[in-house]
Design a binder for this molecule. Structure first.
Ligand SMILES: [Zn+2]
Length: 438
């Protein structure tokens, strides 16, 4: 049978079914989808591929899903560090954004972010930022999958004047991209402390009507909980629950402040949590009880958050940090084992975004979103268990090749759809502007 591409690999970790590592298997790709997954010896008899990739020292995994980021903020990487969240936002990030944000900033920032993410094995990102139509356009150009946030805040920015305009522009974007398979749209009210009840209630109605997730920063810090108590007389999750937003569409990002009753409520509601361990560590926001959430049956995905608060978009690194941190927080070395961390970085992210039928595992019929990682390096040897190596020893520098919907975006670490030299130049220009005018 003639197919587009056959990738043979030393190991394949499909993520679904859970905990399986296949040896000397091959992935057959045709018309952008996974057509077959079978032993290499059988594949070479059964298929006549137009292209064949032989990856003798590599492990193939599903593309990583970065379930929370602000891609354009990559231009602010390292601009202000070592500060608590509100001071960092109010004194540094928000003033810079006020001054510089526009289409050009978002275009150049997203290109830089996508170049980094593709080289780190990320094939899909869930973005929350202004000018989301620029994010969608650039993602399609680069061939990356994205869930683009229909952002809402109460205050005016260069993109919109008030909640009405944010929502109107977001819904127009959703309409423009409804036939583009790489782009999903997700409601993205920034946080309970930046969006008031009225727009949140409208988002709830739209979310139900359109069967569309709602992506929001939630219970990020103790200070947020305290202020919510003063302003609304209740914790933010309770407030969202009263507004009808706590359900299967909810994607709560951070969730470092959780009581047992709240964990049970999230599980009962079928909500998702995006754990961003490195952002939480760097801003001293607190510790998400990831192991407790998983044990309760909550879908927990992983995100890098923006590069300004991390400072990298390294989801493989995030999986490692999540696995290590969960053990410390639970005081239990068996908490969050490696295979679970990999599932959080792939399938759980896809599930949170409503994209699990399309991506998140190497399953026949799904889109061919695939990452190859070389494990022949000194730093990875010996390989007793490739999943353990990926999570606890390997680095994103070992990612060699990346495909999204069967299209190759990275080949032997070279970007095929983005111009690395041009991205470097433009980034330098932004650096020079920001450093002189910040
Ligand atoms: Zn964030």
């Amino acid at each position: 049978m003639i197919i587009d591409t056959l990738i043979t690999a030393r190991w394949i970790i499909p993520v679904e079914p859970d905990g399986v590592t296949l040896e000397h298997h091959a992935l057959a790709i045709d018309r952008g989808r996974i057509a077959d997954l079978l032993p290499t010896t059988e594949a070479l008899v059964k298929y006549q591929p137009r292209r064949i990739e032989r990856l003798e020292h590599h492990v193939l995994i599903p593309g990583l899903v970065n379930a929370h980021t602000h891609a354009a903020m990559t231009l602010l990487r390292g601009v202000a560090d070592d500060l608590p969240l509100m001071q960092w936002l109010q004194e540094h990030i928000w003033p810079l954004e006020q001054k510089w944000i526009g289409e050009a900033f978002v275009r150049d920032g997203v290109q830089l972010a996508m170049a980094e993410m593709i080289r780190g094995g990320i094939t899909c990102f869930n973005d929350m930022y202004f000018f989301p139509e620029v994010v969608a356009r650039e993602a399609v150009r680069a061939g990356m999958r994205a869930a683009v946030g229909m952002i809402v805040v109460d205050f005016p920015t260069a993109w919109a004047a008030d909640a009405d305009e944010y929502l109107r522009k977001g819904l127009a974007l959703r309409d423009d991209y409804r036939h583009e398979p790489l782009i999903a749209t997700v409601f993205a009210p920034h946080a309970p402390y930046t969006v008031s009840d009225e727009p949140l209630a409208r988002i709830r109605t739209w979310s139900e009507e359109l069967d569309c997730p709602v992506h929001i920063h939630l219970h990020e810090t103790a200070d947020e909980i305290h202020r919510s108590g003063q302003q609304y007389g209740m914790r933010p999750l309770k407030r969202l629950d009263q507004l009808g937003l706590v359900g299967p569409h909810l994607i709560g990002v951070h969730m470092t402040q959780l009581e047992d009753g709240e964990i049970a409520r999230l599980a009962e509601a079928g909500a998702s949590v995006v754990h961003c361990p490195e952002s939480n560590l760097k801003l001293a926001s607190g510790f998400c009880p990831a192991a407790k959430l998983l044990a309760a049956g909550v879908n927990v995905a992983l995100g890098t958050d923006g590069a300004a608060s991390n400072n990298d978009l390294d989801l493989l690194g995030e999986a490692r940090t999540a696995a290590l941190l969960a053990k410390a927080v639970a005081n239990d070395a068996t908490a969050l084992p490696a295979h679970q961390a990999l599932r959080m970085a792939t399938l759980n992210g896809a599930a949170a975004l409503g994209l699990a039928v399309e991506t998140g595992s190497l399953t026949i019929g799904k889109s061919a979103d695939v990452v190859a990682i070389g494990l022949e390096h000194i730093e990875s040897l010996p390989i007793y268990n490739p999943v353990s190596d990926l999570v606890y020893a390997a680095g994103r520098q070992q990612v060699t090749d990346v495909w999204v919907a069967g299209r190759q975006l990275l080949k032997k670490r070279d970007l095929l759809t983005l111009d690395a030299a041009e991205i470097r130049e433009k980034t330098q220009i932004w650096h020079d502007k920001l450093i002189h005018h910040s």
